[in-house]
Design a binder for this molecule. Structure first.
Ligand SMILES: [Zn+2]
Ligand SMILES: [Zn+2]
Length: 253
């Protein structure tokens, strides 16, 4: 968050203080009541528990805001023959058991391409005699746009797939007009505009290069650097559409 301070953290810290104050006042009531005198001993661990629970909730919210937003549902597959690992965007299905076509090398080579380069087919299986993989579903998980960028040549995209669980959203800088897309849920390092400390830590999904600085200048003629992002149209993409417009997709670190 180079350009903003997380509002969620403030809310969680206030919640922690209010919980602690409530727990403390309860303890005083128990102390004054003769009948409830015993209870003040077990109030102590409760107060500690509330503190710890809220503290760790605040910590995890902070971790989310640090940029590793796991907002994209994906599926991890392993080939039964060669043991190689690939991913698809959920619910794109490459299960060898799901369809006869999924076991045919010609079908794989003509329909399954790579996210990093949709002009390239999935590499052939090195262990099966005909070069066809046999994929088994290993895990459904949520991952971050950054990790997808890093593994873009291990993501299989279906030419004929349906709409994905993940959504993408169009953004535009209100100052300089630069625009693109990102996965819905990625804060693009710009939740609020409280602080301007430089251009966002936002990178291109295809090349990995950092977003250029905003061209808007302040009254002294200095570059503002930080884009003022506005999020507009939400889109339910197919995986092939993401692959084809990957150089227009951005992620925050
Ligand atoms: Zn294989
Ligand atoms: Zn801008």
């Amino acid at each position: 968050m180079s350009c903003a301070f997380g509002g969620r953290e403030i809310v969680l810290i206030i919640t922690a203080l209010v919980s602690a104050a409530m727990a403390a006042s309860l303890q005083i009531v128990h102390f004054k009541g003769e009948v409830l005198r015993m209870k003040r001993f077990w109030m102590v661990p409760i107060v500690v528990f509330i503190f710890m629970a809220v503290f760790f909730a605040a910590l995890s919210a902070r971790a989310d805001d640090s940029g590793d937003e796991r907002v994209v549902p994906v599926i991890r597959w392993v080939c039964f023959q060669c043991g190689k690992e690939f991913f698809t965007f959920a619910p794109d299905n490459i299960d060898g058991k799901a369809k006869t076509d999924h076991k045919m090398v010609n079908y794989q080579q003509s329909n399954w391409v790579l996210l990093g380069d949709p002009g390239k087919s999935v590499p052939k299986c090195e262990k099966s005699p005909d070069g066809a993989h046999f994929f088994e579903k290993k895990q459904e998980l949520n991952t971050s746009p950054y990790i997808i960028h890093e593994l873009r040549n291990f993501y299989i995209v279906l030419k004929n797939g349906g709409s994905l669980k993940a959504k993408i959203i169009k953004w535009k800088c209100m100052s300089c007009g630069i625009n693109g897309f990102c996965f819905l849920g990625d804060d693009m390092d710009s939740a609020t505009e409280i602080e301007f400390s430089g251009v966002q830590k936002v990178y291109n999904m295809k090349s990995g290069s950092r977003i250029p600085e905003c061209r808007l200048k302040n009254y002294r003629g200095e570059n503002i650097k930080c884009h003022m992002l506005d999020f507009t149209d939400k889109i339910e993409p197919k995986s092939i559409e993401i692959a084809k417009s990957l150089s227009n997709m951005w992620y925050s670190d």
